[in-house]
Design a protein around this ligand. Sequence first.
Ligand code: DI6
Ligand code: FE
Length: 431
Amino acid sequence: MPRHETHAEAGLAAERGARWDGLLVNARLATLDGAEGYGDGIAGAPGTGLSPAGALGWRDGRIAFAGPAAALPARPDELAIEVIDAGGDLVTPGLVDCHTHLVFAGDRAAEFEQRLGGASYEEIARAGGGIVSTVRATRNASEDELLAQSLPRARALLADGVTTLEVKSGYGLDFASERRMLRVARRLGDALGIDVRTTFLGAHALPPESAGDAEGYIDAVCGWLPRLHAEGLVDAVDAFCERIGFSDDQTRRVFEAARALGLPVKLHADQLSDGGGAALVAAFGGLSADHVEHTSPAGVRAMAAAGTVAVLLPGAFHVLRETTLPPIDAFRAHGVPMAVATDCNPGTSPLLSLRQAMQLACTHFRLTPAEALRGATVHAARALGLDDRGRLRAGLRADFVRWRVREPAALCYWLGGDLVHSVFAGGRRMA
Ligand code: DI6
Ligand code: FE
């Protein structure tokens, strides 16, 4: 016993060890822990599964109990140090944003105006704007400047319920700048107390100094990867496989470099045209194919066979005023899990709310609100290769959100607004 501790305090400490850290009661609990719908309720009836009188207990950062309060093993105050009455509010898993480019410098509001004036995204990119203009700004920013500019964006996502965030590199396009981006991504997680997963996207665009030498640039990218990985900066590897990005063969070379290190892959696939990207990433057992607006039936079948998640990015679809919808019905028919993410980036998706992305997925892609919520939780976690979150179940991470609404559909119904009551990550209140 430490010298100044009384017996009463020591007894309390022992009791604290035994009891849960916290317990929410009187919650409408959407556990997302079932094959469909909002929870583990009635099979075959999407939209069901909500526990109307639910309880959620946690201890040491993990969920200790999630289910109907009637099934609690004892009285709430005997079970937990802190008991919170949720007043009938909806409680869901913490949201998982599985595709963002939110570390960058500057913005591209001027390009937005150009597009409104009639220029297309591809035209702007080919004229030296687009991704490359953000590369210039990002290269010129110090690590601290990049952190200062990126932190408010990450904070906005957290404030709307995100507890796990993926961040890609890809605006550095040289070793030092890619490394700086990935370091900033890690620092964001430390600063906000949420989990940030990093993805190396060196093959995002051809930097100006490599013009005419895409092959040489890909060689360089494949050489940087082991060095960045050795520094613990890479959780996965991505590429932009597109007419204005990199070819199939170039993408394959990047994936082979990832495979040699045991790193999982994912791909910006079939966003602006069907380049066979979905089938390519599936052939590598990839975690996800992202965008997938132009994915062919063969691509969908390959994803289904490989267990590759379709990451839907309705923010980019909306901003670019695309008209070709991803093959949603085919994904459903083949049982391809659909995730929803913000794609937060300065060019095609300056979107700072995952809940807003869910809203867009419902309005543009006709996802049901239950599909959209699954897409931003359990399927998004899977798209990151994580099985310890995205659902509310004993043993998983205590990442959850208490919302100021009662029905899950309300999350997809409101455009904007402040619906979050509180956000917990690893059992600690973060917003
Ligand atoms: N597809 C996208 O939507 C983003 N990157 C990509 O490969 C856009 C990135 C940008 O325009 O800055
Ligand atoms: Fe993207």
